[in-house]
Design a protein around this ligand. Sequence first.
Ligand code: NAD
Length: 597
Amino acid sequence: MSEQESAATESGIGEPSDEWREYHGAPTGTEIECEGWRQEAALRMLNNNLDPEVAENPEDLVVYGGTGRAARSWDAYDTILAELRDLGDEETLLVQSGKPVGRFPTHERAPRVLIANSNLVGKWDDWEHFHELEAEGKIMYGQMTAGSWAYIGTQGIIQGTYETLAELGRQEYDDDLEGKIVATGGLGGMSGAQPLAVTMNRGVCIAAEVDTHRIERRLETDYLMERAESLDEALAAAEAAAEAGEPYSVAVEMNVADMLEAMDDRDFVPDVVTDQTSAHDELEGYYPSGYTVDEADELREKNPERYVEESLDTMERHVDAILELQDRGAVAFEYGNNLRGQVEDHRGREDVDSGMWPLSGSDPEDRQAFDFPGFVPAYIRPMFCRGRGPFRWAALSGDPADIHRTDEAVTELFPEKESLARWIDLAQEQVSFQGLPSRVCWLGYHAEDDADGLTERARFALRINELVADGEISAPIVVTRDHLDAGSVASPHRETEAMKDGTDAVADWPILNALLNCAAGADIVSVHDGGGVGIGNALHANNHVVLDGSELAAEKARRVFTTDPGMGVIRHADAGYEDAIDEADQSDVAVPMRDRQ
Ligand code: NAD
């Protein structure tokens, strides 16, 4: 028994299943073992999540994001597979925190699988209560796409980072990042996507990373171009590349707080400053200044209290350096790692007017942690107002040619979207498939030429369905998305930070999203608590639609890809966002309290 296996047994999830070993990822090809493609898609996506190439620690059922699991135990995994193989076209399987708990007769247009993960009643909705139940094997942390069987590996992250930076380019520079320098921290699991996402947007990236192995790994995988021996060398190379308008990325092995202070001392103001170190975890994630990685690891072992204090001190300096560079003209934003929240909570840098970034008229001497925005209010929300979000699809055949055919289809359908075309070209060149071949792109509600009355997402899904029907694609495509989407999440420190009407913590929206997508006939629908930011901090929903070329699939796609992005439009229109109100007007989305006034 391996170390991982014995840890798994001790944690009560049992020993890795023989079936999982035999599958070793999703089954592929055109033969199915279930009664229909909807059930087969669920079986393949569950196994894709647990593909050793895709998951972080599949022997422990962990897909990604700390302990985000695909099933509660190996027994539960085996039983889910048996149920899916047996599930009829007029039945629905219920999965509660990774365990199959029921199967009911429903009807053909209903979802085949309904999932609820990690949800607790408000008063008990915290890690402490969750961990007690988890230790007794009664609940499971589903993260976002882990427990809803929609994770597709790093290719999902690179696209989100690319899209955020593309929006920054559009908003701040009227186009892309050509000639612009982005300074950031972290080259780890998700943060390692930053240099490639910057260069894909034609910009220049300088990244501080304390861990030499992380830098090497990004160089080996071509996510990063070069490493500099000193900050001065990195600055000179970055400036030369920016002047020449060449995409370029360089890493410097140093603490990011020290790097940003040193830039300020040298009067070097980057165009953009952000961060993706693991600041959400002051003990295991973030490194304090003044130590090598080995020294810091030793301090953590010997004196965790001191480590935490020094780590938080560095975070305060880090935030101050970002604010200083922002004052001097840099565009600053936080990338969802709770850096600002840590400094606010632990260093008393409290935002007196919390939720209303930016604080107008705040004295530079008395700046607060939240005086620079998170990435959602700054760059993602305008897209959410238009119902835009991370539409993703996987080829159940396992054949990359099927995804290449969809790449052609999406660029043919939306020729006006230059950034989408650039993304598809770059993804083909630079992003390798993991597990089932998949692609992500951001699509929204209103289509430029809306003569067919379809949303962007519905139009593309219907085109894929036609290609499957015509045999141009060899097996069905399953369409799903991240839980981070326009109308599917309530998360006050991330997706719903600083909502215009103060409704950051109102969680009716993701519940309505899930209910509506059931009504519209999605094939899998799920509702989770705590993804990304931890138990009690978020509620979010997800769905899958299987495009098997049938008229039924077309009907479902037409409905779900209208209701799902439509939730983003009405949620933001309700909160008073002008873009969302405009989108609703243009696209005839009903907003009853507005329409009937
Ligand atoms: P990770 O732990 O794999 O990587 C973080 C890296 O930062 C590590 O390589 C570490 O050595 C380095 N680091 C830590 N402290 C440092 C310091 N002071 N100076 C320089 N380097 C330092 O984590 P990850 O998966 O890359 O994620 C990073 C953070 O970004 C997390 O908090 C995550 O939640 C957040 N994130 C959010 C989103 C989103 O969509 N909101 C997306 C990606 C990442």
